[in-house]
Design a protein around this ligand. Structure first.
Ligand code: TEU
Length: 580
């Protein structure tokens, strides 16, 4: 039996503060802006806020480059504002988890500043190496062939120290040397410092990249991101995670490890309820079901069979050990409705279908700001409209190097529009007022053109909106354990357009809607059917054959409340949840 935990039953709402709500009028979202919307979150019914980084930072990667772990960046407000936010959330029975980036710091963090000066105390806080074939100019070639997530080498030469330093991301994000015990102690200290302030947990950024093998060997240049086999789940990654969890975390805190390049089997090493692993992991496997071998920028159609395979693998592998984090959107991904649904004719239907899918799998659902109103991808007419460092570097590399076959921006534009992280970072659409009601000033990034139609005010006043549908799902999940704890079983495995599954929960006590099993216990059951395409398939669901079932929730009107038998005629992007 699965152990009950508050964070399993919670619904998480992710706030990207820069784009959520601007109270100061400088065009950048801030903590006082979030405070104005705390009641909004309570109305929606979410339980936990995951706040993207708000620490002091030069903002080379919008806060994922931290310059001081114990202070708030002035653009976002003050520590007092942050404390008021924590209190306002707790007053409303919501919790707060902080995003923590400890694989790397900013190059403006005091540790790095001292490290590049050669200060003996900090000299070994980062990875410093001499170049290869070190010439008389002291530069030569980078120490190995590893490739950065943000294009180019993972090594930059530092004039002051006269050596190269390692950065898996931008050159302004040097990697911390976790082999150095002093570094690990610093991390535990700052985590304890935040826990003492009363937060409810952490989301740990790229936490499976923290261990690099001795000697930093070259990677195989023919494998995806060069070097990844060495720095993803490196030799001591599991040991460091265990140590971190034992030292600073307990099961009372929600701990979410973000892990790049982790499959379900590997995930089991890192998740554990006993306090020496994370509560759950953010993985990327279902984020590549619409990419080719070339990775993120190699855009293909959604392969639903692959999605079924990935989701089913994670559902089954973590069924009795560990826990799933469920997400379709975040600040690094394009908008789910544009990517997996239809952001034109069937925007409403497909956004609701995706919500149904998200809330009926086993795990903790994460809702990214704007998802609850079906916000869509945006357009980037010229490279100047691109803000994100990852997309900007891609465009530059694509146009200037032979690595990609493109010559003009017009050729790469559809790829940027499909994939840029900026799609998720346009202002939250509160109303049809200028800048979508996000700011009275000039927004740091332009609002999506569709804001006059797609916005919170409109959605809240329309009983049939995506927003109200989210509320309904959140409410159902809160009332019925089966949504949270029920076992998962894939149905119709080979159907190319319809994703269907069964959830079952056996329990001893009585809990509305249950039928009796042979041994006298209760058995609850749900059948979920989601059409991921715009066709109108008739499907035969054997699990419903010869049975009667109540419609618990669905995204179309005009469906009978009670279904007899397994034959279902579905409409474009239709989703239904039945209870036999
Ligand atoms: O993202 C991890 C990561 O690997 C990203 O590069 C991700 O794969 C990519 O954006 C998807 O296209 C985390 C943060 O969520 C991201 O915002 C940061 O830029 C990154 O770490 C570095 O801290």
């Amino acid at each position: 039996d699965l152990e009950r935990q508050w964070w399993k039953e919670a619904v998480v709402y992710q706030i990207y503060p820069r784009s959520f709500n601007d109270a100061s009028g400088d065009g950048i979202g801030d903590i006082p802006g979030i405070l104005e919307k705390v009641d909004y979150l309570a109305d929606l019914g979410v339980d936990v806020v995951w706040l993207n980084p708000v620490y002091e930072s030069p903002m080379a990667d919008n806060g994922y480059d931290i310059a001081d772990y114990r202070s708030i960046h002035p653009e976002f407000g003050t520590m007092d504002d942050w404390e008021r936010l924590l209190e306002a959330l707790h007053d409303r029975d919501m919790r707060l988890i902080m995003d923590l980036v400890v694989n790397h710091t900013s190059d403006e963090h005091e540790w790095f500043v001292r490290s590049r000066e050669g200060d003996p105390e900090y000299a070994d806080y980062y990875y410093w190496r001499a170049g290869r074939d070190d010439g008389s100019d002291g530069t030569g070639q980078p120490p190995n062939n590893w490739e950065s997530f943000f294009e180019g080498s993972t090594w930059s030469y530092d004039e002051q120290r006269g050596e190269y330093y390692l950065h898996l991301f931008d050159e302004k994000q040097p990697d911390l040397n976790w082999r150095n015990e002093a570094v690990r102690e610093e991390v535990y200290d700052l985590m304890e410092w935040w826990l003492e302030k009363g937060i409810d947990g952490f989301r740990m950024d790229v936490i499976n990249l923290i261990s690099k093998p001795e000697g930093l060997p070259d990677g195989d240049p023919d494998e995806g991101l060069t070097g990844a086999e060495h720095f993803m789940n490196g030799p001591r990654a599991e040991e460091y995670v265990t140590e971190l969890c034992e030292r600073v975390l307990s099961e009372e805190e929600m701990s979410v490890g973000e892990m790049v390049g982790v499959d379900a089997e590997t995930a089991r090493q890192y998740v554990d309820e006993g306090g020496d692993g994370f509560s759950m992991l953010i993985h990327f496997e279902h984020m590549s079901v619409d990419t080719g071998d070339g990775g993120k920028w190699d855009v293909t159609d959604l392969d639903l069979l692959e999605l079924k395979e990935v989701i089913t693998d994670w559902q089954e592998t973590l069924a009795d050990e560990g826990w799933n984090c469920l997400y379709l959107s975040n600040h690094d991904q394009p908008r789910a409705v544009s990517r997996f649904g239809d952001d034109e004719e069937y925007r409403r239907e497909s956004a609701k279908m995706l919500a149904t899918f998200l809330f009926t799998l086993q795990g903790t659902p994460f809702v990214y700001q704007g998802q609850e109103i079906g916000m869509t991808n945006t357009s980037f007419e010229t490279p100047a409209e691109i803000h994100d460092v990852e997309a900007a570097n891609f465009v530059e590399t694509a146009l200037e190097s032979d690595e990609y076959p493109y010559d003009t921006y017009e050729e790469v534009r559809p790829i940027v529009e499909a994939r840029s992280r900026d799609n998720a970072r346009t202002p939250m659409q509160w109303s049809d007022e200028p800048a979508a009601g996000f700011t009275d000033g000039d927004p740091w990034i332009g609002a999506n053109d569709d804001y006059e139609e797609v916005n919170v005010a409109a959605a809240r006043s329309d009983a049939d909106s995506i927003w109200h549908y989210y509320r309904e799902l959140i409410d159902l999940r809160e009332r019925r354990d089966i949504f949270v704890y029920g076992d998962y079983e894939l149905l119709l495995p080979d159907h190319p357009e319809v994703f269907a599954y069964r959830r079952t929960l056996e329990s001893e006590g009585t809990d509305g809607g249950a039928s009796e099993t042979d041994d006298g216990g209760d058995r609850e059951e749900l059948i979920v059917v989601c059409n991921f395409a715009d066709g109108e398939p008739t499907v035969d669901v054997p699990a419903l054959a010869g049975r009667e079932a109540d419609l618990l929730v669905g995204n179309y009107g005009g469906v009978a409340d009670r279904q007899s038998g397994g034959e279902l005629e579905l409409r474009p992007y239709e989703a239904r949840v039945y209870e036999p």
